[in-house]
Design a protein around this ligand. Structure first.
Ligand code: AMP
Ligand code: GLY
Length: 429
């Protein structure tokens, strides 16, 4: 089959790379793709956030399956637009994508479903005093989130009540995130390791199948300090998460949520990404995302031994999913980011050392924010630039390989975390 992958990040590169190895897939086309994807598929220039343009392209290419899409394009109706042309698109409809598009709505659905999550309340500009008052009822760790999409940057987690208050004022006034922040969710801070569980859904509550668990590193700095980012690295498997925890999350969170959606007449297809915190009293839901995690996808999807094309097509067409299997190998990805990411990433710096890094055994470089300049050189073109990804029989070896490759790559101001998967591998960073 011919698969059209929508997007241009490291996640889309990992999807294209895995699809190119799928027996069911004859051709991979990415829109708009990136210079790394060009080595596994064709790239077509397009605005990935324009559902009508994507649907038209799928028609022009006669694509059998459209896959991917950021939360923004899904919320804008990417899947609906493709389906309206009688084609298969992997992912939730705009209505179902609301689970990520509005945190307030998501909280309403999970409360109805009885999913364990943080104590929280939703406020709008008219309730600023009540919002500030609610903060004082929390226990020392304050979380303030935009209701709407904010490119992964709309969450403040802080021990400072003053900082939380400032965030509330900035969000509600619209000065921080425009309309996305004029409604906000305040919740109690939870503590514990985080877990990302990506679940493939086919519209049938009992048909949902979890992929291998992964752990993401959200903060910019080693030891989880500094501002939140889109994710600075990930690994899979997660030694502290056995099959029991995965089943517990399916029973306590995922299936009840799918049931609550079904009760509202919403059939969920595509990836349901449950972001969880493993608290002292068990796993609690932090958030739902409606697409593959980035960079979790880069360590979860390549581990699949089930054909990715078949899996996504079954999900998109509402058919029973093939059994989800994955290799026993461990995968680690380290994000190389540009100077001043996440605040104001500098771009246009020439990247050196890619060929040497890529020549190392079991190393794959997924491109996240790269471009070619007018001289054909590869340059930085975003905050997260490259995902240096490696596999090995153990997490420790995979991590050594990834960091060995990262050490060969360079550009002015390049930054990365040194502690990705360190604790899980039992080593110090
Ligand atoms: P979200 O946009 O909801 O995914 O939140 C982004 C990140 O903020 C999460 O991955 C967590 O690291 C952190 N976070 C969100 N909610 C909480 C919470 N209630 N307690 C602690 N950390 C949180
Ligand atoms: N890595 C977190 C996300 O994709 O939202």
């Amino acid at each position: 089959m011919r698969v059209l992958v929508v997007g241009s990040g490291g996640r889309e590169h990992a999807l294209c790379w895995t699809l190119a190895r799928s027996a069911s897939v004859d051709e991979v086309i990415a829109a708009p793709g990136n210079p790394g994807i060009e080595s596994v598929g064709r790239c077509v220039s397009i605005d990935p956030k324009d559902p009508a343009a994507v649907a038209q392209l799928a028609d022009d290419l006669d694509a059998n399956l459209v896959l991917g899409g950021s939360e923004e394009s899904l919320v804008r109706g990417l899947v609906d637009a493709v389906q309206a042309r009688g084609r298969h698109a992997f992912g939730p409809t705009a209505q179902a994508a609301h689970l990520e598009g509005s945190k307030a709505w998501m909280k309403e659905v999970v409360a109805e479903a009885g999913v364990p999550t943080a104590r929280h309340a939703t406020f709008t500009a008219a309730d600023q005093d009540a919002a500030l008052q609610f903060l004082t009822t929390l226990d020392g760790l304050y979380v303030v989130k935009t209701d709407g999409l904010a490119g992964g940057k709309g969450v403040v987690v802080t021990e400072s009540l003053d900082e939380a208050r400032d965030a509330v004022r900035a969000y509600l006034s619209g000065s921080a995130f425009g309309d996305a922040g004029r409604t906000l969710v305040i919740e109690e801070g939870m503590r514990g390791p985080e877990l990302s569980l990506l679940v493939v859904c086919n519209g049938d509550v009992d048909g949902a199948a979890p992929l291998a668990p992964a752990q993401d590193f959200k903060r910019i700095g080693d030891g989880d300090v500094g501002p939140n980012t889109g994710g600075m690295g990930a690994y899979s498997p997660v030694p502290i998460v056995g099959d029991g925890v995965v089943e517990q999350v399916m029973v306590e969170a995922v299936r009840p949520t799918l049931r609550a959606l079904a009760a509202r007449g919403i059939e969920y297809r595509g990836i349901l990404y449950a972001g969880l915190m493993l608290t002292a009293v068990g796993p609690k839901l932090v958030e739902y995302n409606v697409r593959f995690g980035d960079p979790e996808c880069q360590v979860v999807v390549p581990r699949l031994t089930t054909d990715l094309g078949e899996l996504c097509l079954a999900s998109a067409s509402g058919k029973p999913l093939p059994e989800v299997r994955c290799s026993t190998d461990a995968w680690v990805t380290v994000v190389l980011a540009s100077e001043s990411y996440p605040a104001s990433p500098r771009t246009g710096d020439p990247i050196e050392g890619l060929d040497a890094a890529e020549a190392l055994p079991s190393v794959v470089l997924f491109h996240a924010g790269t471009a070619r300049d007018d001289r054909g050189r590869l340059v930085t073109a975003g905050g997260r630039v490259l995902n240096v990804t490696a596999s090995a029989p153990t997490l420790g070896e995979a991590r050594d390989r990834a960091y060995g490759a990262a050490a060969l790559i360079n550009w002015p101001g390049m930054q990365f975390r040194h502690d990705i998967a360190a604790e899980a591998a039992g080593v110090s960073a």
